[in-house]
Design a protein around this ligand. Structure first.
Ligand code: ADP
Ligand code: MG
Length: 298
């Protein structure tokens, strides 16, 4: 069964999507792992980092996106043609083993969710709306991936900024979460806020969550080289006081214009500009990622 990981940070623009798609690509291409990327952000950045917009448009017209699968969980009584496996785009960017479950700009309609859950709650005996909602939230992502989990070594879920229903559901379905962060004072606050939310989720969810932080990945904010400035080091030291070194990736991702530009080619930097500093950093990070997973599984 595949390991499920969510990439989360309540802040936007910190590098969640970039990390998810580059790491996934390295795992598939360099380590022959079977990897599925799931795009849970209605901004569909992960999707458009791996396939061209015209391909996405075609999939969306055919209703071949995650939105269909979410609707299937919300309204199970409607007959359906497709399963999760039918939605998956295989070997994206020409990388064998790298698959994508495309996101959608409209992942779900909150009104439809509320209505369906209300209906369910009012039909059940002694069922409280809150309980129906919680069990829906807990099972949503798990239900979507259940039938394909054993086809993958890793399922990487790219979450939206904020802390919405889908992010919570992704965390419940995950064994680990990855936390990309910029070494800036406010991102320290963001890390702590997220940790608190996760603890709250842990207290609420039954059966007990099997979820751990795999590590914080620092995405450096400067335009300089691979070495962080003294200022970054101070901030990173502050994070190191809160987390043991095990929970911080030693490899940091430098700012590199090749990483940002890769999106134009609808391929991650590690495919589009493999020799760039950013891509080399992702390759090394993937190595550390595999070591961390192995160390934790012992
Ligand atoms: N290492 C990097 N070097 C240069 N640009 C980057 C790097 N990481 C991310 N970016 C750019 O920063 C922006 C935000 O990154 P993104 O991964 O979309 O963040 P998030 O998913 O957290 O919102 C994007 O334009 C992306 O191309
Ligand atoms: Mg993103």
């Amino acid at each position: 069964m595949g390991q499920v990981l969510a990439t989360v940070n309540m802040k936007g623009g910190v590098g969640k999507t970039t990390l998810t798609v580059n790491l996934a690509t390295c795992l598939a291409r360099d380590r022959q792992q079977r990897v599925l990327v799931i795009d849970l952000d209605s901004q569909i950045s992960a999707t458009l980092s791996l396939i061209a917009p015209q391909d996405f448009a075609r999939l969306r017209r055919g209703r071949r996106t995650l939105s269909y699968l979410i609707d299937k969980v919300i309204r199970p009584y409607i007959p359906r043609k497709y399963e999760t496996a039918d939605m998956i785009v295989s070997s994206v960017c020409g990388v064998s083993g790298l698959d994508l479950l495309p996101g959608d700009i409209e992942l779900y309609d909150e009104y439809v969710v509320s209505e369906a859950l209300y209906k369910k709650a009012s039909e059940g005996v002694d069922t409280k709306f809150g309980e129906v909602w919680d069990s829906f939230e807990n099972l949503l992502v798990e239900t979507v991936i259940a039938s394909v989990r054993d086809r993958y070594d890793f399922i990487l879920i790219d979450c939206a900024p904020g802390y919405n229903l889908l992010t919570r559901s992704a965390l419940v379905a995950s064994q680990y979460y990855l936390l990309p962060a910029r070494p800036e004072p406010l991102s320290l606050v963001g890390i702590q806020l997220l940790q608190r939310r996760v603890e709250k989720l842990r207290a609420k969810v039954e059966p007990a969550l099997n979820l751990d932080l795999l590590g914080i990945v620092f995405i450096l904010s400067n335009s300089g080289g691979l070495f962080p400035s003294r200022y970054y080091n101070q901030i990173i030291e502050r994070v190191e006081q809160d987390f043991t070194p095990d929970f911080i990736f030693q490899n940091r991702i430098p700012m590199d214009v090749n990483v940002a530009k890769a999106v134009d080619a609808f391929a991650p930097a590690v495919v589009n500009a493999p020799n760039s500093a950013g891509s080399r950093a992702f390759v090394k990070l993937a190595e550390e990622f595999v070591q961390k997973i192995a160390a934790r599984s012992r």
